[in-house]
Design a protein around this ligand. Sequence first.
Ligand SMILES: Cc1ncc(COP(=O)(O)O)c(C=O)c1O
Length: 345
Amino acid sequence: MAIDLRSDTVTQPSAGMREAIASAPVGDDVYGDDPTVNALEERAAALFGHEAGLFCPTGSLANQLAIRTLVKPGEEIIVETRSHIVRAELGAAAAFSGITTRTWAAEHGLLRAEDPLTIAHENAGPYLVSTKAIAVENTHNFGGGTIQSISEIEKLSAAAHARGIAMHLDGARIWNAHVASGVSFTEYGKHFDTISVCLSKGLGAPIGSLMLSSKERIAEARIWRKRYGAGMRQVGVLAAAGHYALDHNIARLAEDHARAKKIAVAIAAVDASIVDPKNVATNIVGLDLTAIGISASELTNRCKSAGLLISALGPYYARLVTHLDFDDTQCDAAIEILKRTLVAQ
Ligand SMILES: Cc1ncc(COP(=O)(O)O)c(C=O)c1O
């Protein structure tokens, strides 16, 4: 079977997770009757020091529900150029909520508080679009799994709030940021008005994300979730996977980070222009193929023929993501394939 490093979403639920799914107490969640969902929402909210949570099928929905509680039609959110919200949610903020988006660009997606603060324009009057929210992605997926500095987050949050601008955290991989940086979930949580977190990325659940915020915003988002057709019934079977993921799969992310670093070091030894291991802080390895002149699709095809699946995310940008179904033996095999394919003519 091929080694699959396209994403950390490709994992299989473990035997223990499947048992938890099978034995979950459930109820009709649209009526608020599912004890496993209710407990997961309370648990996740408490973890980040927020009042309430809302279980969602996807991180995209959690992001979009959060954003629409912060920004009204005709107003704007600002985000980093390569953030998931603007690049990979198919224009949802505009399509569903009438929200406009403006971007700032950051090397490796890394936040510098002054970048969004410089372009933000709150209460812009009758001619310009008013900025109502700033979103931060942590870790930053297309930036290469980079971790945002807590002091930049703190600076940005304080200045944004002083100007009446709300803060959203796309925390699909906040677990990775926490494990690698040691910053607590409550420390991350306190700087944001809304948060999205995913259980279906590095934590290995088959599905499940949460929006976290105040009771009031969650109540509003609950109505919109139903309006979008994502009110779910005996969905405790999925929330149970989420509980299992939180119980068992956070600390082990350090292993994924170590394997990603090992891959980056091996690739840098082939050609240092492709990746700088210093920039590989978590489980994502971004490959810049510009200097070696192999397109991302060419490399992806070569790897596939050799039994390794990776993603082409730009003409000369490829990505590998380590995860809980990828062990040391596969890591060594993947490195051998990459070494061969990167030098082949
Ligand atoms: C940073 C980030 N945010 C949000 C999402 C959206 O998650 P989903 O695929 O569950 O909609 C992803 C998915 O990969 C992501 O990487």
